[in-house]
Design a protein around this ligand. Structure first.
Ligand code: SAM
Length: 248
């Protein structure tokens, strides 16, 4: 049947794409993408010639009708984003939900995703994690998000801009404390790939010593909250206070 393929593309290294993805990109009637020039570079690296259609957050509602109509006409379309898996902090959600609501066929073609790539080599717990998307760029909002996650026991994965890395790590020190372990995975699959782990406090010194760390793209991973085994819980303190009051 005519299908919308959700095709993951590389996050840097153009070779990180599956055979199946390349075959689909070569054979669909149309490729819906974010930046047509960016997608053309990927296509020409793999000697694929095909038509592209630009898709942005601001024209997504118009495109969803257009794409649904094309599927009903029997065409197949691939949806790609500039990097990684579409819909993951990228456009496509409205289209996919519209097509699913109309019982049209949507097939995922798996591949790179910066969040999962970073997590897999972070050294932090991977059994349970949460993906938190982009951290807010303003300090107040960022500190609020971090404060709400203070007691989150799962590993937390964020997208952030390296130029804000020092401000972000300072906020982590302020809100979550200097001992919280963090990992920054920068320029994944590219020439200057760096995956650095340290406690938030020591991370600042490292970042401030190397301005190159503030360039490119990064994933930030924060270790989940671990209760201090020596800490007495507020509930236990309440019980003890009550017991003491009866002993007087
Ligand atoms: N859909 C993409 C995915 O599956 O990872 C994410 C798109 S989002 C608009 C772009 C963000 O992903 C960047 O700001 C950065 O946080 C992260 N990212 C993308 N490529 C990366 C790379 N090569 N290294 C580190 N982070 C990357």
């Amino acid at each position: 049947p005519s299908t919308l393929y959700i095709v993951a593309t590389p996050i840097g290294n153009l070779a990180d794409i599956s055979q199946r993805a390349l075959t689909i990109l070569a054979h669909v009637d149309l490729i819906a993408c974010e930046d047509t020039r960016h997608t053309q570079r990927l296509l020409s690296a793999h000697s694929i010639k095909n038509k592209t259609l630009s898709l942005h957050d601001h024209n997504e509602s118009y495109r969803q009708t257009q794409i649904a109509e094309m599927l009903l006409e029997g065409k197949s379309i691939a949806l790609v984003s500039d990097a990684g898996t579409p819909l993951i902090s990228d456009p496509g959600y409205h289209i996919v939900s519209h097509l699913k609501n109309n019982n049209l066929n949507v097939v995922p073609i798996p591949g790179a995703c910066a969040a999962i790539t970073a997590l897999s080599a972070s050294g932090l717990a991977t059994d349970k994690f949460t993906f938190e998307g982009f951290l807010p760029s303003k300090q107040g909002a960022r500190q609020k998000v971090l404060a709400e996650l203070n007691n989150e026991p799962r590993t937390m994965v964020f997208y952030d801009a390296p130029r804000r890395a020092i401000d972000t790590v300072k906020d982590i020190v302020t809100v979550l404390g200097p001992d919280r372990k963090i990992v920054i995975a920068r320029e994944l699959t590219k020439t200057f790939e760096t995956i650095h782990s340290d406690t938030a406090g020591d991370f600042l010194t490292w970042l401030e010593q190397d301005p190159n760390q503030l360039k490119g793209e990064m994933v930030l991973i924060i270790e989940g909250y671990k209760a201090d085994p020596n800490e007495i819980s507020p509930k236990a303190i309440d019980t003890l206070t009550l017991l003491l009051s009866h002993m007087k």
